[in-house]
Design a protein around this ligand. Structure first.
Ligand code: CUA
Length: 417
């Protein structure tokens, strides 16, 4: 092994230290960083973190300085005297016990304080949001407002929001790094997590993740959180609480990637589009919250068919299809199941499939046709006639949904704003 001389390695080590220091700067530019002050929660956690780093740095510098000084000053020199042989030093031992004890107290007090602060019950008047983990998507319920939605959660800035965390199946963990957290969803137990998005925040969108391994699509179980102004939230909530306005002649709802002519209609004769509530504008979505997942080419679908999709036909078909087995749509008789995501206002969401894909017509069509190809382990079965369901390990019979029917369903779903 070649001998590494301290003197020649020093510049490389200094450079590494400098790079490490630099990499810790400007963290607010990183989209999923936890080191920002968007909520009371992450502000207090960050204050604690800074404090620990401060004391840790002092200890490191003092100890290393003493160590280096001692090594150099008292090193063995040729012909030098033998070192003094001692046994014990009461003063020294008391000192090196007392100093760490004091440091531990300085660390423990703020740590325990922060733990109590972040574990305390939510303040009165907090917005209650039930978070229910599913393999592999998130259900959000606002019991006081009568809203059930999926994967995308809206909260107003300046008001504490209290998440009640439960799971329908296995363990999951709820984490929106920019807001603070994370906390586990445990079977047969309700966990709580609350924070207040700062009232100085502009309306913004944030990424959230499942951070407890929960099966094949654990990595594909994502959250979008929209922190919006109170009036925007009110408008969103008011509309989401009711059934979607069925308006087949309205422009297709393709929030991220517009696809022309999804729902056809005589726009000249059509009545003015009914008012829908606030939805976080697609053009304001930061790049890092827009899914970049490519659609697998294995699911073949002729996108030209989407132009012939008819929302009214799609609605009629939905009402007698197997979709009813899993999905609820407020206002559609029989569509009350909560096994899968509630689709009442599905067109007002920017993503589908646990935030994995953009919510647009081509993706939705392929998702309906064979979700098991788009998302590993998907609990949503393949629906397209002749498709091979990778989870059930069987082929959908010819009586399955045809591409034309899928186009109708897509037109219908994307009309549900
Ligand atoms: Cu849910 Cu990992």
């Amino acid at each position: 092994m070649p001998k590494v001389r301290l003197r020649s390695a020093a510049p490389a080590m200094l450079l590494m230290a400098a790079l490490l220091t630099l990499s810790a700067c400007g963290v607010t530019e990183y989209p999923n960083s936890t080191f920002n002050h968007t909520t009371d929660f992450n502000t207090s956690i960050d204050a604690l973190f800074q404090r620990l780093i401060f004391w840790g740095t002092i200890v490191f510098v003092v100890v290393e300085a003493a160590l280096i000084f001692t090594i150099i000053k008292y090193r063995k020199r040729p012909g030098g005297p033998e070192a003094k042989q001692i046994h014990g030093n009461a003063a020294l031992e008391i000192t090196w016990t007392a100093i760490p004890a004091v440091i531990l107290v300085l660390i423990a007090v703020p740590t325990v304080k922060t733990i109590f602060q972040t574990q305390a019950p939510a303040p009165a008047g907090a917005l209650k949001v039930q978070v229910i983990g599913h393999q592999w998507w998130w259900e959000f319920r606002y019991p006081e407002l009568g809203i059930v939605t999926a994967n995308e959660v809206y909260v107003p800035v300046g008001r504490p929001v209290n998440f009640e965390l439960t799971t329908k199946d296995v363990l999951h963990s709820f984490w929106i790094p920019q807001m603070g957290g994370k906390r586990d969803l445990i079977t047969n137990k309700t966990n709580y997590l609350w924070f207040t998005p700062s009232d100085t925040l502009a309306s913004s969108a944030w990424n959230g993740f499942c951070t407890e391994y929960c099966g094949a699509s654990h990595a594909n179980m994502r959250i979008r959180m929209y922190t919006v102004q109170p009036d925007e939230f009110e408008s969103w909530a008011k509309h989401q609480a009711g059934p979607a306005v069925f308006n087949p002649s309205a422009a297709p709802a393709t929030p991220v990637v517009p696809v022309a002519n999804v729902a056809q209609g005589d726009t000249a004769a059509a009545p003015a589009a009914p008012a829908t509530g606030y939805v976080f504008p697609a053009e304001k979505l930061p790049a890092h919250v827009i899914p970049q997942t490519p659609i697998p080419a294995e699911v073949e679908f002729d996108d030209a068919l989407l132009a012939q999709g008819d929302a009214a036909r799609g609605r009629e078909y939905f009402g007698r299809s197997t979709c009813l087995g899993c999905h609820a749509i407020n206002g559609v008789p029989g569509a009350v199941s909560n096994i899968g995501p509630n689709l009442t206002h599905v067109a007002s969401r920017h993503t589908i499939a646990g935030g994995l894909f953009r919510n647009d017509a081509p993706t939705l069509a392929r998702w309906i046709k064979n979700a098991t190809v788009l998302k590993p382990g998907s609990k949503m079965n393949a629906q397209g006639a002749g498709e091979y369901d990778r989870v059930m390990k069987m082929t959908v019979p010819a009586t399955g949904v045809s591409d034309a029917q899928i186009a109708d369903l897509v037109a219908y779903l994307l009309s549900l704003k």
